[in-house]
Write a protein that binds this ligand. Structure first.
Ligand code: PSU
Ligand code: MN
Length: 335
Protein backbone atom coordinates (compact mmCIF):
# COMPACT_ATOMS: atom_id res chain seq x y z
CA UNK A 1 0.00 0.00 0.00
CA UNK A 2 0.83 3.67 -0.30
CA UNK A 3 2.10 4.21 3.26
CA UNK A 4 4.44 1.23 3.04
CA UNK A 5 5.78 2.42 -0.28
CA UNK A 6 6.52 5.85 1.20
CA UNK A 7 8.34 4.28 4.16
CA UNK A 8 10.39 2.16 1.77
CA UNK A 9 11.32 5.20 -0.30
CA UNK A 10 12.32 7.15 2.82
CA UNK A 11 14.44 4.27 4.09
CA UNK A 12 16.16 3.93 0.72
CA UNK A 13 16.98 7.61 0.50
CA UNK A 14 18.54 7.64 3.98
CA UNK A 15 20.69 4.63 3.05
CA UNK A 16 21.70 6.17 -0.24
CA UNK A 17 22.74 9.44 1.39
CA UNK A 18 24.92 7.53 3.87
CA UNK A 19 26.37 5.42 1.09
CA UNK A 20 27.34 8.37 -1.07
CA UNK A 21 29.05 10.08 1.90
CA UNK A 22 31.08 6.95 2.56
CA UNK A 23 32.02 6.83 -1.09
CA UNK A 24 33.08 10.49 -1.11
CA UNK A 25 35.24 10.04 1.98
CA UNK A 26 37.33 7.46 0.21
CA UNK A 27 38.42 9.87 -2.52
CA UNK A 28 41.77 11.60 -2.49
CA UNK A 29 41.57 15.27 -3.39
CA UNK A 30 45.18 16.13 -3.02
CA UNK A 31 46.82 13.67 -5.34
CA UNK A 32 50.15 14.45 -6.88
CA UNK A 33 49.80 15.48 -10.52
CA UNK A 34 46.34 16.92 -9.91
CA UNK A 35 45.58 20.61 -9.90
CA UNK A 36 42.06 21.47 -8.83
CA UNK A 37 40.92 25.00 -9.71
CA UNK A 38 39.98 27.00 -6.57
CA UNK A 39 36.40 27.53 -7.80
CA UNK A 40 36.02 23.75 -8.09
CA UNK A 41 37.65 22.77 -4.79
CA UNK A 42 35.62 25.39 -2.98
CA UNK A 43 32.39 24.06 -4.48
CA UNK A 44 33.35 20.48 -3.60
CA UNK A 45 34.12 21.37 0.02
CA UNK A 46 30.76 23.11 0.30
CA UNK A 47 28.93 20.19 -1.35
CA UNK A 48 27.78 22.42 -4.20
CA UNK A 49 26.98 20.88 -7.58
CA UNK A 50 29.94 20.55 -9.95
CA UNK A 51 29.83 19.39 -13.57
CA UNK A 52 32.92 17.85 -15.17
CA UNK A 53 33.57 18.53 -18.87
CA UNK A 54 35.99 16.85 -21.27
CA UNK A 55 38.52 18.54 -23.55
CA UNK A 56 39.22 16.21 -26.49
CA UNK A 57 36.11 17.75 -27.94
CA UNK A 58 38.05 21.06 -27.82
CA UNK A 59 41.42 19.77 -29.07
CA UNK A 60 40.23 17.15 -31.58
CA UNK A 61 36.45 17.26 -31.91
CA UNK A 62 35.75 20.70 -33.37
CA UNK A 63 37.63 23.28 -35.44
CA UNK A 64 38.79 26.63 -34.06
CA UNK A 65 37.10 29.03 -33.25
CA UNK A 66 33.91 26.95 -32.81
CA UNK A 67 35.64 24.80 -30.21
CA UNK A 68 36.57 27.76 -27.99
CA UNK A 69 33.21 29.45 -28.32
CA UNK A 70 31.36 26.22 -27.52
CA UNK A 71 33.60 25.44 -24.53
CA UNK A 72 32.89 28.89 -23.07
CA UNK A 73 29.17 28.68 -23.78
CA UNK A 74 28.94 25.28 -22.13
CA UNK A 75 30.60 26.61 -18.97
CA UNK A 76 28.17 29.54 -19.00
CA UNK A 77 25.17 27.19 -19.30
CA UNK A 78 26.44 25.15 -16.33
CA UNK A 79 26.77 28.34 -14.25
CA UNK A 80 23.35 29.59 -15.30
CA UNK A 81 21.84 26.34 -13.98
CA UNK A 82 23.51 26.93 -10.63
CA UNK A 83 26.45 24.49 -10.89
CA UNK A 84 30.22 25.00 -11.18
CA UNK A 85 31.94 23.87 -14.40
CA UNK A 86 35.14 21.83 -14.20
CA UNK A 87 36.66 21.40 -17.64
CA UNK A 88 39.42 18.78 -17.41
CA UNK A 89 42.65 18.63 -19.45
CA UNK A 90 46.33 17.80 -19.02
CA UNK A 91 48.59 20.86 -19.04
CA UNK A 92 52.36 20.46 -18.81
CA UNK A 93 52.00 17.09 -17.14
CA UNK A 94 49.40 18.20 -14.61
CA UNK A 95 45.83 16.90 -14.64
CA UNK A 96 43.84 20.11 -14.33
CA UNK A 97 40.29 19.98 -13.01
CA UNK A 98 38.76 23.37 -13.85
CA UNK A 99 40.52 25.67 -16.32
CA UNK A 100 41.06 29.42 -16.62
CA UNK A 101 39.94 31.24 -19.77
CA UNK A 102 43.56 31.50 -20.87
CA UNK A 103 44.01 27.76 -20.51
CA UNK A 104 40.80 27.06 -22.44
CA UNK A 105 41.89 29.30 -25.25
CA UNK A 106 45.38 27.79 -25.32
CA UNK A 107 43.85 24.30 -25.70
CA UNK A 108 41.51 25.51 -28.43
CA UNK A 109 44.24 27.22 -30.49
CA UNK A 110 47.22 24.90 -30.14
CA UNK A 111 47.85 22.41 -32.88
CA UNK A 112 49.39 19.00 -32.20
CA UNK A 113 48.09 18.62 -28.68
CA UNK A 114 47.69 15.00 -27.64
CA UNK A 115 44.45 13.10 -27.37
CA UNK A 116 44.72 11.67 -23.88
CA UNK A 117 42.87 8.49 -23.03
CA UNK A 118 43.40 6.20 -19.99
CA UNK A 119 46.35 4.43 -21.58
CA UNK A 120 48.04 7.78 -22.48
CA UNK A 121 47.96 9.29 -18.99
CA UNK A 122 51.18 7.72 -17.64
CA UNK A 123 53.18 8.79 -20.70
CA UNK A 124 51.83 12.34 -20.84
CA UNK A 125 52.51 12.82 -17.13
CA UNK A 126 56.01 11.36 -17.31
CA UNK A 127 56.94 13.72 -20.17
CA UNK A 128 55.18 16.80 -18.82
CA UNK A 129 53.05 17.08 -21.97
CA UNK A 130 49.64 18.67 -22.64
CA UNK A 131 46.49 17.35 -24.22
CA UNK A 132 42.74 17.08 -24.32
CA UNK A 133 41.27 14.32 -22.18
CA UNK A 134 38.82 11.87 -23.75
CA UNK A 135 35.76 10.60 -21.94
CA UNK A 136 37.79 7.81 -20.32
CA UNK A 137 40.59 10.04 -18.99
CA UNK A 138 38.11 12.72 -17.93
CA UNK A 139 36.11 10.14 -15.97
CA UNK A 140 39.26 9.08 -14.13
CA UNK A 141 40.11 12.66 -13.17
CA UNK A 142 36.55 13.65 -12.25
CA UNK A 143 36.18 10.59 -10.05
CA UNK A 144 39.47 11.25 -8.33
CA UNK A 145 38.39 14.82 -7.62
CA UNK A 146 35.02 13.67 -6.26
CA UNK A 147 32.77 14.93 -9.07
CA UNK A 148 30.01 12.42 -9.88
CA UNK A 149 28.44 14.11 -12.95
CA UNK A 150 30.19 14.58 -16.27
CA UNK A 151 28.73 16.12 -19.44
CA UNK A 152 29.93 15.55 -22.98
CA UNK A 153 28.54 15.43 -26.55
CA UNK A 154 28.94 11.80 -27.49
CA UNK A 155 31.01 8.96 -26.10
CA UNK A 156 33.19 6.57 -28.08
CA UNK A 157 31.92 3.08 -28.83
CA UNK A 158 32.42 -0.10 -30.80
CA UNK A 159 33.50 0.92 -34.29
CA UNK A 160 31.81 -0.55 -37.32
CA UNK A 161 33.51 -3.87 -38.00
CA UNK A 162 34.76 -3.68 -34.39
CA UNK A 163 34.03 -7.38 -33.98
CA UNK A 164 37.02 -7.93 -36.30
CA UNK A 165 39.30 -4.97 -35.62
CA UNK A 166 38.55 -4.92 -31.87
CA UNK A 167 38.46 -1.13 -32.16
CA UNK A 168 36.36 -0.56 -29.07
CA UNK A 169 36.68 2.79 -27.32
CA UNK A 170 38.29 2.79 -23.90
CA UNK A 171 35.30 4.96 -22.90
CA UNK A 172 33.22 1.78 -22.66
CA UNK A 173 35.55 -0.16 -20.37
CA UNK A 174 36.01 3.01 -18.31
CA UNK A 175 32.26 3.19 -17.79
CA UNK A 176 32.54 -0.37 -16.51
CA UNK A 177 35.13 0.47 -13.87
CA UNK A 178 34.66 4.09 -12.79
CA UNK A 179 31.58 5.27 -10.89
CA UNK A 180 30.68 8.44 -12.77
CA UNK A 181 27.48 9.46 -14.50
CA UNK A 182 28.19 10.44 -18.09
CA UNK A 183 25.55 12.60 -19.73
CA UNK A 184 25.75 12.33 -23.52
CA UNK A 185 23.58 12.33 -26.65
CA UNK A 186 24.25 8.61 -27.09
CA UNK A 187 26.80 7.50 -29.64
CA UNK A 188 27.29 8.59 -33.22
CA UNK A 189 26.14 6.38 -36.03
CA UNK A 190 29.77 6.41 -37.23
CA UNK A 191 29.85 3.55 -34.72
CA UNK A 192 28.07 0.23 -34.37
CA UNK A 193 25.39 1.29 -31.89
CA UNK A 194 23.92 -2.17 -31.31
CA UNK A 195 27.29 -3.69 -30.41
CA UNK A 196 28.14 -0.63 -28.30
CA UNK A 197 25.04 -1.22 -26.17
CA UNK A 198 25.81 -4.95 -25.88
CA UNK A 199 29.32 -4.15 -24.72
CA UNK A 200 28.04 -1.65 -22.16
CA UNK A 201 25.71 -4.31 -20.80
CA UNK A 202 28.62 -6.75 -20.47
CA UNK A 203 30.57 -4.06 -18.62
CA UNK A 204 27.69 -3.65 -16.18
CA UNK A 205 26.95 -0.07 -17.15
CA UNK A 206 23.49 1.18 -16.24
CA UNK A 207 22.22 2.88 -19.40
CA UNK A 208 19.15 5.11 -19.15
CA UNK A 209 17.60 7.40 -21.74
CA UNK A 210 16.52 10.80 -20.54
CA UNK A 211 12.86 11.61 -21.18
CA UNK A 212 9.61 9.83 -21.80
CA UNK A 213 10.93 6.88 -23.81
CA UNK A 214 13.71 4.29 -23.75
CA UNK A 215 14.80 5.17 -27.28
CA UNK A 216 18.57 5.30 -27.38
CA UNK A 217 19.71 8.43 -29.26
CA UNK A 218 22.20 8.40 -32.15
CA UNK A 219 23.85 11.75 -31.43
CA UNK A 220 22.65 13.72 -34.50
CA UNK A 221 19.20 12.14 -34.30
CA UNK A 222 16.98 11.37 -31.30
CA UNK A 223 16.37 7.70 -32.06
CA UNK A 224 18.88 5.06 -33.12
CA UNK A 225 16.36 2.26 -33.41
CA UNK A 226 17.92 0.66 -30.30
CA UNK A 227 16.68 1.06 -26.74
CA UNK A 228 18.25 1.69 -23.35
CA UNK A 229 17.53 -0.63 -20.46
CA UNK A 230 15.74 2.20 -18.63
CA UNK A 231 14.57 5.75 -18.90
CA UNK A 232 14.57 8.58 -16.36
CA UNK A 233 12.02 11.31 -16.77
CA UNK A 234 13.54 14.22 -14.89
CA UNK A 235 16.69 15.42 -13.08
CA UNK A 236 15.54 14.05 -9.75
CA UNK A 237 15.00 10.51 -11.10
CA UNK A 238 18.39 10.63 -12.82
CA UNK A 239 20.05 11.85 -9.62
CA UNK A 240 18.53 8.99 -7.61
CA UNK A 241 19.84 6.46 -10.10
CA UNK A 242 23.34 7.97 -9.80
CA UNK A 243 23.20 8.11 -6.03
CA UNK A 244 22.15 4.46 -6.02
CA UNK A 245 25.21 3.52 -8.09
CA UNK A 246 27.60 5.42 -5.83
CA UNK A 247 26.17 4.17 -2.58
CA UNK A 248 26.13 0.54 -3.67
CA UNK A 249 29.88 0.76 -4.22
CA UNK A 250 29.45 -0.88 -7.61
CA UNK A 251 32.44 0.95 -9.10
CA UNK A 252 30.75 0.98 -12.50
CA UNK A 253 29.29 4.08 -14.13
CA UNK A 254 25.96 5.27 -15.44
CA UNK A 255 25.25 6.48 -18.95
CA UNK A 256 22.43 9.01 -19.25
CA UNK A 257 21.52 9.30 -22.92
CA UNK A 258 19.86 12.61 -23.77
CA UNK A 259 18.18 12.81 -27.20
CA UNK A 260 19.01 15.91 -29.26
CA UNK A 261 15.97 18.23 -29.19
CA UNK A 262 13.80 17.56 -32.25
CA UNK A 263 14.20 21.11 -33.62
CA UNK A 264 17.98 20.69 -33.76
CA UNK A 265 18.13 17.13 -35.08
CA UNK A 266 20.22 16.93 -38.22
CA UNK A 267 18.79 15.81 -41.51
CA UNK A 268 19.24 12.09 -40.94
CA UNK A 269 19.73 11.00 -44.54
CA UNK A 270 22.42 13.57 -45.34
CA UNK A 271 24.36 12.69 -42.21
CA UNK A 272 24.03 8.97 -42.90
CA UNK A 273 25.50 9.41 -46.39
CA UNK A 274 28.35 11.58 -45.11
CA UNK A 275 29.16 8.99 -42.46
CA UNK A 276 29.26 6.22 -45.04
CA UNK A 277 31.72 8.22 -47.16
CA UNK A 278 33.86 9.13 -44.14
CA UNK A 279 34.03 5.57 -42.81
CA UNK A 280 35.01 4.22 -46.24
CA UNK A 281 37.68 6.89 -46.66
CA UNK A 282 39.09 6.23 -43.19
CA UNK A 283 39.55 2.58 -44.02
CA UNK A 284 40.95 3.16 -47.54
CA UNK A 285 43.44 5.69 -46.13
CA UNK A 286 44.27 3.19 -43.39
CA UNK A 287 43.52 5.62 -40.62
CA UNK A 288 43.75 3.61 -37.41
CA UNK A 289 43.82 3.66 -33.62
CA UNK A 290 43.13 6.92 -31.85
CA UNK A 291 43.04 8.88 -35.14
CA UNK A 292 39.88 7.19 -36.43
CA UNK A 293 37.31 9.15 -34.42
CA UNK A 294 38.80 12.65 -35.05
CA UNK A 295 39.24 11.81 -38.76
CA UNK A 296 35.62 10.76 -39.22
CA UNK A 297 34.26 13.69 -37.18
CA UNK A 298 36.12 16.20 -39.33
CA UNK A 299 35.19 14.50 -42.59
CA UNK A 300 31.49 14.36 -41.72
CA UNK A 301 31.55 18.02 -40.83
CA UNK A 302 33.23 18.87 -44.12
CA UNK A 303 30.77 16.80 -46.16
CA UNK A 304 27.69 18.27 -44.50
CA UNK A 305 29.04 21.79 -44.93
CA UNK A 306 29.02 22.51 -41.23
CA UNK A 307 25.47 21.27 -40.64
CA UNK A 308 26.68 18.45 -38.46
CA UNK A 309 28.73 20.95 -36.46
CA UNK A 310 25.63 23.06 -35.78
CA UNK A 311 23.75 20.04 -34.48
CA UNK A 312 26.81 19.00 -32.51
CA UNK A 313 26.91 22.37 -30.72
CA UNK A 314 23.16 22.45 -30.09
CA UNK A 315 23.15 19.02 -28.47
CA UNK A 316 26.13 19.82 -26.26
CA UNK A 317 24.32 22.91 -25.03
CA UNK A 318 21.30 20.78 -24.26
CA UNK A 319 23.38 18.10 -22.50
CA UNK A 320 25.06 20.79 -20.40
CA UNK A 321 21.69 22.08 -19.28
CA UNK A 322 20.28 18.64 -18.45
CA UNK A 323 23.54 17.48 -16.81
CA UNK A 324 23.69 20.58 -14.62
CA UNK A 325 20.10 20.07 -13.52
CA UNK A 326 20.99 16.48 -12.61
CA UNK A 327 24.07 17.63 -10.66
CA UNK A 328 21.93 20.17 -8.79
CA UNK A 329 19.28 17.54 -7.99
CA UNK A 330 21.99 15.16 -6.76
CA UNK A 331 23.53 17.74 -4.46
CA UNK A 332 20.03 18.69 -3.24
CA UNK A 333 19.31 15.03 -2.42
CA UNK A 334 22.55 14.87 -0.42
CA UNK A 335 21.58 17.70 1.92
N1 PSU B 1 32.50 11.44 -30.16
C1 PSU B 1 32.11 12.66 -30.58
N2 PSU B 1 32.94 13.71 -30.38
C2 PSU B 1 34.15 13.58 -29.76
C3 PSU B 1 34.53 12.29 -29.31
C4 PSU B 1 33.68 11.25 -29.53
O1 PSU B 1 31.04 12.80 -31.12
O2 PSU B 1 34.88 14.57 -29.62
C5 PSU B 1 35.83 12.12 -28.57
C6 PSU B 1 35.56 11.96 -27.07
O3 PSU B 1 36.58 12.62 -26.34
C7 PSU B 1 35.66 10.47 -26.86
C8 PSU B 1 36.72 10.09 -27.85
O4 PSU B 1 36.02 10.10 -25.54
O5 PSU B 1 36.46 10.92 -28.98
C9 PSU B 1 36.70 8.63 -28.20
O6 PSU B 1 37.79 8.35 -29.01
P1 PSU B 1 38.09 6.83 -29.41
O7 PSU B 1 36.97 6.45 -30.32
O8 PSU B 1 39.42 6.87 -30.08
O9 PSU B 1 38.07 6.04 -28.13
MN1 MN C 1 39.68 3.34 -31.02
Amino acid sequence: NKLNRMRTLRRVSVLIRKGVRTYQNTLHNKDLFYRIHPSVSQALVQNKPVVALESTIITHGMPYPHNLRTAKEVEEIVRAEGAIPATIAVIDGEICVGLSLDELSHLAKSKNLLKVSRRDLPYVISKGLSGGTTVSATMIAAHRAGIPVFVTGGIGGVHRDGQNSLDISADLTELGRTPIAVVSAGVKSILDIGRTLEFLETQGVCVASYGASKNFPAFFTPNSGFTSAYNVQNPSEAAKLIAGTLSLGLRSGVLIAVPVPEEHAAVGQQIAEAIQVAVTEASSKRVSGKDVTPFILQKVNELTLGKSLQTNIALIHNNAKVGSQIACALSEQMR
